[in-house]
Design a protein around this ligand. Structure first.
Ligand code: GLC
Ligand code: CA
Length: 583
């Protein structure tokens, strides 16, 4: 898609014309700026570095970038603790650099979606500093306080912070506790205060007026909370606030909004993004991610992926948003392990299983998001000691796991599999020093496997993973059935194979993906079977899904059938199948 196309599809919202929004044809690409490309050798990725790599993104064919926070920040949580929403962190560059990024991306037909972190700010934000200095100033009520009636040691409630430890911190100079669902350096904002909300909307409009393509909204399910009642996620005011935000900011603008919601379910999903709701374009939901975690220790204990559960969640979300609303499609981001390590095989079958995962996800209905490095099959960090981790969550959660009776070994094994730093090692551009990330020693260790896994090598290899991504990204732009086709999952109980169909008019796409390292004799139900045109594959092209197909380890392919392709054929015999294809 070119910028021209983006402009052409701008709906004339005022006269109510309905067109396919550009973000239904586009694939997103997430950049974690600290780890993408370092232009000045200080070991930290930066905006000029991103600009220098825009050709890679254009080549991939993506429609927009989701840029993780680059705002001014003490970097307690790598920028998810913002001290100035209208300035750029000096280590990442300047406002001029950012404007240049917006322009240079637009020149390549790529929009820039900014991260919006407004459930909380930094304790270094001017609002919080004023709020601490005076209990009667306007900003004091921008935060959530509790009196220390029973002294500083008696917590107002037992709510825990996401990074471990209590969600309340006592400030002697105020004589009160303040509330923070994340680190103590990330005080929650009090969305009940209308003046605060007005300031946030003004800030959002300031960014929108700069020409950005939208917002990814951090933990947005938490803003409607009622802390007193203990209702945090999907609290009572959530949808009122989202509707107000929509009417005050994005309404009438052709932009994309995607809200992060760890608690959304197929039942509540439509409330955020249903077409008549005027809230968000789509959400990031995490059912399919959480479905593979341990019930007690969460992600800190390694358990194998329960494939039937995983597929059930994907299917339920496809069905829930079938007629109204829109899905985001992802397995990776800066908070999750590398997908090839989690759901594929990052050893022998790395190339094949990375492509399998791409085929399986990208042919679903929704907007796919590629996380930096995913397109070349980057793997987990393979850290061997606690010292290599940089994420504050690791330290916070270790103490807790030990209290619960886990051991350091079990925790480290869990961290090796699931810690957020797995996705935060420097982007692997070349086989050279620091993986071509920059001239100076990076802030976090480079993965040793960069000598073989890197953009230069993958791109030069005709069998490289990136070529499958390009193919899939292109298909979404050009194929209506990829964008709009109705999804039906098949064999949901199958422990190795993921299979679904997409149907629109007389076209059907049938997808099969062997998500296991075994060769599988797959017995397909009639609805899946049939001859057609090979659409995409990770081994060799196949023209049909037969009633019995032997799938190679991690094999995935898709077949496009038109009405003239008989659906019965493969259930009869090979001769009939051949005949149907020629007919
Ligand atoms: C979101 C972000 C994560 C961050 C947290 C607090 O989950 O994706 O990186 O730590 O919110 O802002
Ligand atoms: Ca730098």
């Amino acid at each position: 898609m070119t910028l021209h196309d983006i402009k052409m599809t701008r709906p004339s919202a005022r006269d109510g014309a309905v067109t396919t929004p550009w973000w239904k044809k586009a694939t997103g690409y997430q950049i974690y700026p600290r780890s993408f490309c370092d232009s000045n050798g200080d070991g930290i990725g930066d905006i000029p570095g991103i600009i220098s790599k825009l050709d890679h993104l254009q080549d991939l064919g993506i429609g927009f970038i989701w840029l993780s926070p680059v705002y001014r920040s003490p970097m307690v949580d790598n920028g998810y603790d913002i001290s100035d929403y209208q300035d750029v962190a000096p280590e990442y560059g300047t406002m001029q650099d950012l404007d240049r990024l917006i322009d240079e991306a637009a020149n390549r037909g790529i929009g820039l979606v900014m991260d919006l972190v407004v459930n909380h700010c930094s304790d270094q934000h001017a609002w919080f500093r004023k709020a601490v200095a005076s209990s009667v100033c306007r900003e004091h009520d921008y935060f959530i306080w509790a009196d220390a009636t029973d002294g500083p040691d008696v917590l107002p409630s037992d709510i825990e912070s996401v990074f471990g430890g209590p969600a309340w911190t006592h400030l002697p100079e105020v004589g009160k506790f303040y509330f923070h669902q994340f680190a103590s350096g990330q005080p929650d904002l009090n969305w009940q205060n209308p003046e605060l909300r007005a300031e946030i909307y003004a800030m959002m409009n300031w960014w929108l007026d700069r020409g950005i393509a939208g917002f990814r909204m951090d933990v947005i399910d938490l803003i409607g909370k009622d802390v007193g009642a203990g209702k945090l996620a999907e609290g009572p005011y959530l949808h009122d606030f989202l509707q107000e935000m929509h009417s005050q900011t994005v309404k009438g603008r052709d932009v994309l909004t995607v809200g992060e919601s760890w608690c959304a379910s197929p039942e509540t999903g439509p409330l955020y993004c249903g077409e008549d709701r005027d809230e968000l374009s789509m959400i990031f939901q995490f059912d399919h991610i959480k479905a593979t975690w341990d019930p007690e220790f969460g992600k800190w204990k390694n358990v194998p992926v329960d494939l039937p559960r995983f597929k059930t969640t994907l299917a339920n979300w496809q069905y829930a948003l079938e007629d109204s609303g829109w899905n985001s499609l992802f397995l990776s981001n800066h908070d999750l392990p590398r997908q090839v390590s989690r759901y594929g095989d990052d050893g022998t079958y790395r190339n094949r299983s990375a492509k399998m995962l791409a085929i399986m996800m990208h042919l679903l209905k929704g907007t796919p998001f590629v996380y930096q490095g995913e397109e070349i099959g980057m793997t987990n960090a393979n850290f061997h000691s606690l010292e290599q981790y940089r994420d504050l969550e690791v330290a916070g959660r270790l103490a807790e796991a030990l209290e619960k009776g886990s051991t350091v070994e079990v925790f480290l094994e869990g961290a090796r599999r699931n810690a957020r730093d797995n996705a935060r090692t420097p982007m692997q551009w070349t086989a050279g020093e620091n993986a071509g990330f920059g001239a100076g020693a990076p802030w976090i260790d480079v993965n040793m496997n960069h000598t073989t896994i890197n953009v230069a090598a993958d791109g030069a290899d005709p069998d490289g993973i990136i070529h499958t991504y390009k193919q899939l990204i292109e298909m979404r732009k050009t194929s209506a059935v990829v964008r709009e086709g109705r999804t039906t999952f098949h064999v949901v109980d199958h422990k190795q194979v993921c299979a679904y169909t997409r149907e629109l008019g007389d076209q059907t796409i049938a997808v099969v993906a062997n998500m296991s390292a075994d060769s599988v004799e797959f017995v397909a139900p009639p609805a899946l079977c049939g001859q057609g045109q090979p659409l995409v594959s990770n081994i060799a092209s196949r023209h049909s899904i037969d009633s019995v197909t032997v799938l190679e380890p991690y094999e995935a392919y898709a077949v496009l059938r038109n009405a003239q392709h008989s659906k019965r054929c493969c259930h009869q015999n090979g001769v009939v199948a051949q005949h149907a294809l020629e007919a």
